[in-house]
Design a protein around this ligand. Structure first.
Ligand code: C2E
Ligand code: MG
Ligand code: MG
Ligand code: MG
Length: 278
């Protein structure tokens, strides 16, 4: 089609693709060395229990600060890390980092904070996935009950029986599972039940629509009811406003995670943040 639009459009179109490809290749090259160079950091975002009225745990979120490019968002580099096969090394690093850090925090505070860690589809599918999680728990002497692994619906649905087996294997050792970004993938409700995950995370897009889209309220209340009926804990992601909080509270969602309560932050900042907690 672009042929008929004349050269101008065609060239511009190609130039844009070229630019994207160059950025991608350059980031991929940088990614290779970033773990060993120490350019990654783990940030921690608090999860606040509305029932217990306290912070019960955190989600570990990776941050990349490249000396030339500056901060690069996970939304941009995680897909590149996945397609280039670098994601497993990165996820393993994040997991160990998070387990070590929260171990320290729990020792220092005498609390039993949980840590949620994202697992990419590729890592989850790998042959030695279960063993790699157990190895990380072992190496850090982290209590398995305080670890929650987050997988998306799409990750689980790629191979449902394999997913069920892996979740079962790790659950036997005490590890918890959360279904992340719920409602955005192609989910099958019957499989949700069979996965036997502990937690359902309502995707932030639904929470944010509460302010503007009338139907969002019905979606959010239905998801909360679904999760509760399956005996799951419900986390509302991306809570940014008082109105959203009020709605969620009224519909008895168990936990909130969002900018309203706390942004993802480096460990030092997190320790300060927790000092102001009752
Ligand atoms: P996610 O697992 O669904 O994480 C939640 C995302 O929502 C985070 O984005 C968090 O910063 C953001 N968020 C939290 N509260 C709010 C809010 O109130 N408003 C808004 N607008 N956003 C909020 P982040 O850190 O940019 O991460 C994006 C995605 O990248 C994550 O989505 C996750 O899928 C992936 N990711 C992050 N760290 C890792 C990692 O270590 N390994 C893997 N495999 N994926 C990761
Ligand atoms: Mg997550
Ligand atoms: Mg999410
Ligand atoms: Mg996500």
């Amino acid at each position: 089609r672009s042929k008929h639009r004349g050269d101008g459009g065609y060239t511009l179109f190609n130039a844009n693709i070229e630019k994207k490809n160059l950025r991608r290749t350059s980031l991929e090259d940088k990614l290779r060395g970033a773990v060993t160079a120490g350019h990654f950091l783990v940030y921690y975002q608090p999860q606040y229990s509305l029932e217990q009225k306290r912070v019960t745990g955190f989600e570990a979120l990776i941050r990349w600060n490249d000396p030339q490019e500056g901060w690069i968002s996970p939304g941009e580099f995680i897909p590149i890390a996945e397609s280039s096969g670098l994601i497993s090394a990165i996820d393993t690093w994040t997991l160990r980092q998070a387990l070590g850090t929260i171990n320290t925090l729990n020792r220092e505070t005498g609390k039993q904070y949980t840590i949620s860690v994202n697992v990419s589809a590729l890592q989850f599918r790998e042959e030695g996935f279960v063993e790699s999680i157990l190895a990380a728990l072992n190496a850090t002497s982290f209590p398995p009950e305080l670890l929650e692994l987050e997988i998306t619906e799409s990750t689980a649905m790629q191979n449902v029986s394999a997913a069920i087996a892996k979740i079962e294997e790790l659950s036997k050792r005490g590890v918890c599972f959360a279904v992340d970004d719920f409602g955005t993938g192609y989910s099958s409700l019957s499989y949700l039940n069979r996965l036997k995950a502990d937690t359902l995370k309502i995707d932030s897009s639904f929470i944010q629509e509460l302010d503007t889209v009338p139907e969002a309220a019905a979606v959010v209340t239905s998801v909360i009811a679904l999760g509760k009926n399956l005996g799951m804990r419900i986390i509302a992601e991306g809570v940014e406003t008082e109105a959203q909080l009020e709605f969620i509270q009224k519909h008895s969602c168990s936990i909130i995670q969002g900018y309203l309560f706390g942004r993802p932050m480096p460990f030092e900042e997190l320790k300060e943040f927790l000092k102001h907690e009752a």
